[in-house]
Structure formats: C-alpha cells, structure tokens
Ligand binder design. Structure first.
Ligand SMILES: [Zn+2]
Length: 95
C-alpha cells in the first residue's frame, strides 16, 4: 500500500503537534491501519488525569492501542507505549 506523507496522516487522524508519528503499518489480517506514535519529549511523563508532571513509575502494560478516526473505509488504530507516572495526587497513572 502506498503510504501518504506523515503530515497528511496527522491531519486525517486528528493527531496534534505534541505527538510524533513514528511509522504507519497496514495490518492486512485485521484490515486496519496501525499508526505508531509517541509523545514529544516536552509532553512526556505527565499524569494522564490531571496533566501534572510526575516522576516515572514503570512501563505500564507496554504497547497500547487506541481506536482513532477512520480514514475513508479504513479502521485506524494509534499504537504507543503506555508508561505510568507516579502522580502526587493520583498515584500510578498511565502517562
Ligand atoms: Zn494526577
């Protein structure tokens, strides 16, 4: 499958500038697009609930998938690491 430019995907998926698109795969078995993303350094390690910067806790459950906007007839998933941070208020939380 011919892949479009990352910036085009960014727009179609509603991925903002705080997220880096590392690569895009097409999963023929699941018939879906998997977009590999990671947060930019400046937005790393924040509590997923309140956004406060917090110390790293552990690697959480590893890679995690989120269903995102479909592109045409294609089902799209975002895939990213889901490390946890130790929020002073919320405790261990997925970043
Ligand atoms: Zn928090």
């Amino acid at each position: 499958m011919a892949l479009l430019g990352v910036n085009i995907w960014r727009g179609m998926l509603g991925v903002d500038g705080a997220t880096v698109i590392e690569g895009i795969d097409f999963d023929e078995e699941a018939d879906c697009v998997v977009v590999h993303v990671r947060p930019r350094r400046s937005t790393k390690r924040r509590c997923g609930r309140c956004g406060v910067r917090a110390a790293g806790y552990d690697q959480g459950e590893g890679r995690r998938n989120w269903r995102t906007l479909d592109v045409g007839k294609l089902v799209c998933h975002l895939q990213a690491d889901s490390p946890r941070v130790n929020c002073p208020e919320h405790g261990p939380t997925v970043a």
